[in-house]
Design a protein around this ligand. Structure first.
Ligand code: FAD
Length: 514
């Protein structure tokens, strides 16, 4: 969509082909892709609904007299769905305004320049183009080898469109989608269990993942670890009986739920595209389309962006930006390519987790334990004090480019601008090695402070500039390993930093963070 808008604005003749195959449960939605309809947007709104429940509980400590409040799923779902429908409508209007031809049909390749589009009524249309951009995303994976999984389970393609509360829910999986859904279901007062086979949030920093799940458990989410489901059956009263195996003991266990939500990963939408007819190569393991830095596939005039492309972060902003840059290149307006390094991201669990850069595990794997030094700090958001909230999991683990935040919901709970050092100064966790100075790390935090208290993943506008101002230009701090002290003087809430001196770094970093 981003690509098509940009290309049309740049004067190209553009058509967009978008078709949503209903989920196995029959859920359908409109224009705008996963993010708008069954991803970021409804997820964030339901997360917000859950956070509001916590704020209502806090409110009594702040003097509000509140009657017992009950949550009504139907009201929330209708409001969220209406908003999504308004976004669908907005996309259609934009297409018209920009004179982009929209085909609500399913496309597959006929040859290198032509796709065949099939409408709901079976009518076929052939479309030919000079350039073709594939941005077909992915869909949730079903564990079809598990009896009853397809018949009785739902996925993230359905949960946001349920008209009635899912009730007692088993979420199977440990991805961010699994934890986010379990988080808001718990926050809305539903009895929620997460079944995890191995580790939560694979690929994310595991210490931070543990804090995320610990906090969820403290809020009432039940975790079944080291377990895998083997069967789902419907009982006469309509409930779902799930049988699972505990992989450590080998024992079987059984539980009943109203809903089983599979969140065990996503499959790229490449299978029905007939890519072989166009000569577009995929990675046979991931089924994703192989692309180069220019987003070009094995066929020079066919491109792939977003979730369907191999090695790309599965995130909306990167897909949008990649599309815009591609359109500009195709129109000869620019030669800029997308920089996929150090893309910040947030996991919208009840305690939100924002991060950018390497996880500690990755840093150690890449650079060796002896070269990695971690700075960290627990902190208590001001808002937690009056409400007597437990802040045991509010935690920061910074470094460059490793930066992670755990905070409760709102950016205001990052350091608050203008109020001095609202965060404790991070302490060095290991003393046997060095990576960057305490001042550098503190500079990073104060850079966030200077940017209105937004942690890096929530920055707008000049945030990056403040970041670099504090830490110096990136070549001086590449990876976690360029270890140089970086003297920073605090002026009010802002920082001024002189660039690191590479040759003096060794000596200066000896006392870093002490
Ligand atoms: C529950 C959930 C929460 C998420 N939360 C976030 C978040 O908070 N932040 C974030 O950045 N990302 C989030 N994501 C990821 C984000 O939604 C995706 O990264 C993003 O939507 C990818 O965009 P895309 O254009 O590659 O594909 P999609 O948005 O999936 O769009 C692909 C479109 O192509 C259509 N299509 C597929 N095949 C064909 C065909 N043959 N013919 C015609 N049309 C076809 C599809 O129906 C779809 O409309 C979330 C995802 C999920 C599932």
């Amino acid at each position: 969509m981003s690509h098509r808008d940009q290309a049309a604005q740049l004067g190209k003749k553009v058509a967009v082909v978008d078709y949503v195959e209903p989920s196995p449960r029959g859920t359908r939605w409109g224009l705008g892709g996963t993010c708008v309809n069954v991803g970021c947007i409804p997820k964030k709104l339901m997360h917000q609904a859950a956070l509001l429940g916590g704020m209502i509980r806090d409110a009594t400590h702040y003097g509000w007299a509140i009657q017992p409040v009950l949550h009504d799923w139907g009201t929330m779902a209708e409001a969220v769905q209406n908003h999504v429908k308004s976004l669908n409508w907005g996309h259609r209007v934009q297409l018209q305004d920009r004179k982009v031809k929209y085909f609500n049909v399913k496309a597959s390749f006929v040859n290198k320049h032509t796709v065949c589009s099939v409408a709901k009524d079976g009518k076929e249309t052939l479309l030919s183009a000079e350039h073709i951009v594939i941005a077909t995303g992915g869909r949730p994976r079903y564990p079809t080898h598990i009896e009853g999984a397809l018949e009785y389970g739902i996925t993230s393609d359905d949960i946001f469109w349920l008209k009635e509360s899912p009730g007692k829910t088993l979420v199977v999986g440990a991805s961010y989608v699994a934890l986010e859904c379990a988080g808001f279901l718990t926050g809305l007062g539903l009895d929620t269990t997460v079944m995890i086979r191995s580790i939560p949030l694979r690929g994310f920093d595991q210490q931070m993942s543990s804090l995320v799940t610990e906090y969820m458990a403290s809020q009432g989410t039940r975790f079944l670890r080291g377990c895998t489901p083997s069967r789902v059956r419907r009982l006469p009263d309509g409930q779902l009986q799930v049988t699972w195996e505990d992989l450590t003991s080998g024992k079987e266990d059984v539980g009943t739920f109203n809903t089983v939500l599979w969140a065990i990963g996503r499959i790229p939408e490449t299978r029905s595209l007939n890519l072989e007819k166009a000569g577009v190569n995929i990675n046979p393991n991931s089924q994703k389309i192989l692309v180069d830095a220019q987003e070009t596939t094995s066929v020079p005039h066919i491109y792939a962006i977003g979730d369907v492309a191999e090695g790309r972060p599965e995130l909306t902003p990167t897909a949008i930006m990649a599309g815009k840059l591609l359109a500009r290149r195709l129109c000869g307006q620019s030669s800029d390519v997308m920089d996929y390094d150090n893309v910040p991201t947030t996991v919208f669990t009840p305690l939100e987790y924002g991060c950018v850069g390497l996880s500690e595990e990755e840093a150690v794997a890449r650079h060796g334990e002896e070269h990695v030094e971690v700075y960290h700090a627990y902190y208590k958001p001001l808002e937690f004090t009056v409400a007597q909230r437990d802040a045991s999991q509010c935690y920061i683990k910074p470094g460059w480019p490793l930066t992670m935040w755990l905070s409760d919901g709102v950016p205001a709970e990052a350091p608050t601008a203008g109020t001095g050092p609202a965060l404790p100064r991070p302490q060095r966790r290991r003393s046997d090695s060095r990576i960057c100075s305490g001042d550098q790390v503190w500079g990073l935090l104060r850079a966030a402070d200077a940017d209105g208290g937004h942690p890096p993943h929530l920055r707008r506008g000049g945030g990056q500039a403040a970041y670099l101002q504090a830490l110096g230009p990136r070549p001086h701090c590449d990876g976690l390993l360029r270890l140089s002290i970086h003297p920073c003087q605090t002026k009010g809430t802002r920082l001024t930093c002189s660039p690191p001196q590479p040759d003096s770094s060794e000596a200066q970093s000896q006392d870093a963070g002490a």
